[in-house]
Write a protein that binds this ligand. Structure first.
Ligand SMILES: Cc1cc2nc3c(=O)[nH]c(=O)nc-3n(C[C@H](O)[C@H](O)[C@H](O)COP(=O)(O)O)c2cc1C
Ligand code: SF4
Length: 678
């Protein structure tokens, strides 16, 4: 038996957990019709196969009709969910993991214009900044109804074979009752802490009566709201003790902070550039104060920190949630002493930001996550070994190299720069985004183990490629900044990349025209403004940096708002001309009828990239498929067999930004889904 603290079993009441690592509740927004169907099950089971002790499904499954999901959560108030839950729990149990589900009523943290258009309810009329609804203040019959809804939903989950249920309290209805900031009720459910906690305890009592003792019940709650006038640490410890003393609950899952704003949420679930494990010591204090089973997750992305969390007695079970979205097989790799092979979570938060935009959660650099039915996490060997030549060692090229090498092919990579990374290397220039480089480092180390040959400082010509006598050529050369967007004065602008790379010195009074709306625009703004310069970020869009998304925007705003930066939306930079030492920028608007000027000393344009595709077009006539990709075969997950040129000697494909400007996830997905069938 291993003496690794992470691999020790844990006894939670009657439930034996096989090790100390859990996936905490998170809704990846994969439900179909509010049900956990095949996609959902495949995602969940993959983590169970990977060895996790307990997988907590369904972030925030809704118990009531007036808690409509804000990001496609499960509908636990419907009876039809039971057989779907049963299929999932059976499959997870077959893999030796325990499975629980998180239930919630969102209270004010939702919208009235979703689901059945019922009024949003809360224990006060205070609006939550993030979701913007003005709630109805709950009446006695609302309270009784929701308590019953929780009990009904818990019973359904037990019938579906779940090992237990966790209540999502923090930021949702239960903590809205617990917090003096959001509870303005009189009488039994408002006022004193006793009264405010009554709702939570009534819910647990009703659930316990329904599910009996041999069923785990837990709570994920804030033990310190970190808000003036809210429940602080002292109240949090008191709440924790009362939860324990209720005798209704089997464990505490500790959160620190508040989630009513994007900034608050980002402090609870920190992203890249923020400290690792910021609330672990706090969770340890709750465990010490209560001597009660304590779970916790918040940016514990690596095994060493998780091991410390257990070894130091900070928590009983450690959550590595996003880490498991990046690599579902963490525990298996720990057991096999292959920790180096764990694909690292880089905290990009593409997963979480996407669900708040109404999309499914995808991991920025594991395109198989959420696509388990079609994309493999473990790449199978090919029947025939082929020679695969790849041009470009950015994320797309390296993913193609890794996957092709896992297939058993002989892989050669040419890269013009002296280092791998492409655009990611540029991104990682920003201190806060340094973790991104692990996307490259992990692939390089996998490729090295798999025997991929790299030629750096190597500008591949068509002859360089054909001399390799390849069976398959993959062009992953990326793109170059596209700045030719003005009707006049394109020669007067520089690109966001010029600034980030340090190739161009920042001006002192700078206009950034950003209609790509991605990280590069804000990164450039930060580089420039940190020199003390004045910066205006202008976009023709309704909001700036839409591709950066909510939680990723938080660290930028915390930095940029302290600097001399202004944000101008709905205006378009049309042209520019030199006037003495200055540049005059002519500004219009897509709405029409506007002509303004700016006098500045530098214009930076952020407008995506133009594909670097010369080599592709040179190689096209010599290829068997003339570069054609059969989308039918690609989407069916079978090998490409298009033959349009009998004289061709190799198959030719292009992926990533060499096709069209997109993002890192798209580049990696392009590579995985093509190369897995080569
Ligand atoms: C896509 C996604 C959805 C999430 N949804 C929920 C949720 O519904 N309820 C919840 O308590 N936590 C939710 N979380 C938070 C996670 O449970 C976890 O606390 C958070 O990701 C921090 O842990 P980590 O750094 O190990 O990922 C979500 C996280 C992600 C990535
Ligand atoms: S998108 Fe980023 S934060 Fe989310 S799982 Fe992937 S690497 Fe981790």
């Amino acid at each position: 038996m291993s003496n690794d603290p992470l691999l020790q079993p844990y006894q939670l009441k009657h439930l034996t957990l096989r090790n100390r690592i859990i996936v905490t509740s998170h809704e990846p927004a994969y439900p179909e019709d509010g049900m956990p169907k095949e996609r959902y099950r495949a995602y969940t089971v993959e983590r169970a196969k990977g060895g996790v002790a307990l997988t907590m499904t369904a972030g925030s499954a809704a118990v009531s009709k007036d808690s409509p999901p804000v990001f496609n959560n499960l509908l636990a108030y419907k009876d039809e969910i039971v057989p779907w839950i049963r299929e999932m729990t059976d499959a997870v149990h077959d893999e030796g993991a325990a499975i629980m589900i998180q239930l919630t009523h969102l209270g004010r943290r939702t919208r009235w214009d979703k689901g059945d258009w019922l009024p949003v309810v809360a224990p006060s009329h205070h609006r939550e900044a993030s979701h913007r609804s003005f709630p109805k203040k709950m009446e006695d019959w609302d309270i009784a109804r929701v308590i019953k809804d929780f009990a009904d939903a818990a019973e359904r989950m037990k019938a579906g074979g779940m090992d237990g249920v966790e209540l999502e309290a923090y930021g949702h209805l239960i903590d809205q009752f617990n917090s003096p900031l959001t509870n303005e009720l009189d009488g039994p459910y408002g006022g004193s802490l006793d009264n405010r906690m009554r709702f939570c305890l009534d819910v647990f009592r009703a659930m316990r009566e329904r599910v009996g003792d041999d069923f785990i019940l837990g709570v994920r709650y804030t033990a310190d709201e970190c808000l003036p006038g809210g429940n602080g640490k002292a109240e949090g410890i008191e709440i924790s003790r009362r939860l324990r003393d209720s005798g209704l609950i089997d464990y505490l899952n500790v959160i620190r902070g508040h989630i009513d704003t994007d900034a608050g949420l980002t402090d609870v679930i920190p992203i890249q550039g923020m400290a690792n494990a910021p609330h672990l010591d706090f969770a340890g204090e709750i465990r010490a104060a209560t001597q009660f089973p304590t779970f916790h997750a918040a940016k514990i992305p690596d095994v060493a920190t998780a091991r410390h969390a257990i070894a130091a007695g900070k928590v009983d079970m450690v959550g590595m949630t996003r880490a498991h979205m990046t690599d579902p097989h963490i525990v298996r790799k720990i057991i096999e002493k292959r920790e180096d092979d764990i694909r690292p979570c880089v905290g990009a938060n593409y997963c979480l930001d996407r669900i708040y935009q109404g999309g499914m959660a995808f991991c920025i650099h594991n395109a198989a996550t959420g696509r388990e039915q079609t994309m493999p996490h473990t790449i199978p060997k090919a029947d025939i070994r082929r020679k695969v030549v790849i041009v470009g060692a950015g994320p797309a090229g390296l993913e193609a190299a890794r996957v092709a090498a896992e297939r058993g092919h002989a892989v050669v990579v040419f890269e013009a720069a002296n280092k791998p990374g492409g655009q990611i290397r540029l991104t990682a220039q920003s201190e806060r985004r340094r973790e991104m480089i692990s996307i490259i480092d992990w692939r390089m180390s996998q490729c090295e183990k798999l025997g991929v040959t790299f030629h750096f400082n190597s500008w591949a010509e068509a002859e360089t490629i054909t001399a390799e006598e390849p069976d398959v050529v993959i062009i992953a050369t990326g793109g170059l900044p596209h700045t030719e967007v003005l009707s006049k004065g394109n020669d007067l602008v520089v690109s966001s990349w010029d600034i980030i790379s340090g190739d161009v010195k920042p001006g002192t009074n700078v206009l950034i025209f950003d209609d790509a709306g991605d990280h590069a625009g804000l990164q450039a703004a930060e580089f420039i403004a940190k020199t003390g310069a004045k910066v205006e970020i202008m976009t023709p869009d309704r909001s700036f940096a839409p591709e950066v998304m909510a939680m990723n925007l938080v660290p930028y705003m915390r930095s940029l708002q302290k600097l001399d930066v202004t944000f101008t939306v709905t205006y378009r930079l049309e042209s520019a001309e030199k006037s003495g030492n200055e540049i005059t920028a002519h500004v219009g608007s897509d709405y029409g009828g506007v002509a303004k000027q700016r006098s500045i000393d530098q214009i930076v344009v952020n407008h995506g990239t133009i594909p670097l595709d010369d080599l592709y077009f040179e190689l096209k006539p010599g290829s068997k498929n003339l570069g054609e990709v059969s989308y039918d075969q690609l989407l069916a997950g079978v090998s490409q067999t298009t033959e349009r040129n009998p004289a061709g000697t190799y198959q030719l494909f292009r992926i990533g930004d060499a096709v069209a400007a997109r993002n890192t996830h798209a580049a990696i997905y392009d590579a995985l889904r093509l190369a897995k069938d080569i």
